[in-house]
Ligand binder design. Sequence first.
Ligand code: ADP
Ligand code: MG
Length: 233
Amino acid sequence: MIEISNLHKSYRMGANSLHVLKGINFNVEEGELVSIMGSSGSGKSTLLNILGMLDEADEGSYHLDGVPIKNLSEKQAAKYRNKFLGFIFQSFNLIGYKSALDNVALPLYYQGMARSERIDRAMSYLEKVGLAQWASHLPNELSGGQKQRVAIARALASDPKVLLADEPTGALDTKTSYEVMDLIQEINDEGRTILVVTHEHDIAQMTKRIVNLKDGLIIEDTLVSQVRALSHV
Ligand code: ADP
Ligand code: MG
């Protein structure tokens, strides 16, 4: 589903430049649930933004579902993002003056779906995340965990091949974080490919594979079942 090879990314800072990704190689198969771990500033969001076509690498190659992602116009990038990707953010990024239902339905509007179908579809995703009875509420009437569930429903509404989540539990307490990760696991169990960026080990342990970033390189790429098996030796 995702193939990246020798990915490099620097940020220019005046006369200097900060080399953040220094040759990243990894593949993600369809149906995987992968966490990208690393301390703050290690380049996790930079990598996820490139995978999400929100930013471009300076060097290296990226294929998404077999499609080479390179030198795309903003219009093409937007088309591929809509077709392939769903995003979940630490800060939820819901629209404050729109109801939970309208937040979930909005991406479908941009896809040109008719209103009645949008509303039906959005409602079914709100049901899926357990929030049907909150459909008409505004984001500020919801708890953090509920807001993130709405955001997850919104990300799923366009039926993306891959979900990209940048610190999805970063603004939540521990119990709510585990509930959100349970939901992410459920969605993965249905076959959806999911990448979760996190700096929290406990959260990474709730995925199936941990990719560890340090100093711009992958220093570890481990299946979680193997980690658990080893810890029992
Ligand atoms: P993480 O998500 O792992 O905390 P980031 O990918 O956000 O790390 O950032 C990696 C490094 O790149 C940090 O040192 C950060 O300050 C820097 N950085 C991130 N975005 C930019 C930018 N747009 N311009 C300049 N530097 C940036
Ligand atoms: Mg980050």
